[in-house]
Design a binder for this molecule. Structure first.
Ligand code: ATP
Ligand code: MG
Length: 162
């Protein structure tokens, strides 16, 4: 369905407000004022954001920031989740989107996952005609970027439910 990013994204991000608060992590969302419209499977794309934000929360220590942002570029929407967490070593970076891949390192990890989150992110984003990329600076943080085709609000009826 057609989704206006400004109506959808705050709801997803707010699901993590309590957890971020509890962990003393600053979770910030920034979006442009003018409406951005994406044709999406809302459940699946919500899962993408959930996966990225939960990773960011898991790998970001107290006192640091997580920035979720949206921008409009030429014909595309850029969605980013950037954290100030532990980062990913360059040798692991090419593999993080692979199924079951998890970075094993000396860092203590109290919570473990299956290593599926990012594989799902990539699959869903590609199915939407988009691309996901990652950059990371070990010890400083990680930035995931998603580029999706943008759709002109004036040319379509937008589903305004929820
Ligand atoms: P699951 O998502 O299935 O619960 P997971 O979080 O371990 O498990 P992915 O989300 O696919 O799996 O992430 C793969 C690996 O990439 C993680 O195990 C972790 O090592 C690394 N990683 C992912 N996101 C971040 C991040 N924001 N900061 C640092 N490392 C990350
Ligand atoms: Mg994950």
């Amino acid at each position: 369905i057609w989704v206006v990013v400004q109506e959808w994204l705050p709801k997803i991000v707010s699901l993590f407000a309590a957890e971020a608060d509890h962990r003393s992590v600053n979770l910030k969302l920034s979006m442009p004022v003018s409406p951005l419209c994406i044709w999406m499977d809302k459940n699946k794309m919500s899962q993408v954001v959930v996966n990225l934000v939960s990773n960011a929360l898991r790998y970001t220590p107290p006192g640091k920031n997580i920035f979720v942002g949206v921008k409009s570029t030429i014909g595309q929407v850029l969605l980013s989740v950037r954290d100030e967490g532990v980062g990913i070593e360059p040798e692991h970076l090419p593999f993080v989107f692979e199924r079951l891949y998890r970075v094993e390192s000396s860092r203590n990890r109290e919570t473990g996952g299956a290593g599926l989150g990012l594989a799902i992110v990539k699959e869903v984003v590609n199915a939407h005609g988009g691309e996901v990329t990652v950059r990371s600076w070990p010890g400083k943080g990680t930035c995931f970027q998603i580029l999706l085709p943008e759709h002109d609000l004036n040319q379509h009826d937008v589903n305004q439910e929820n």
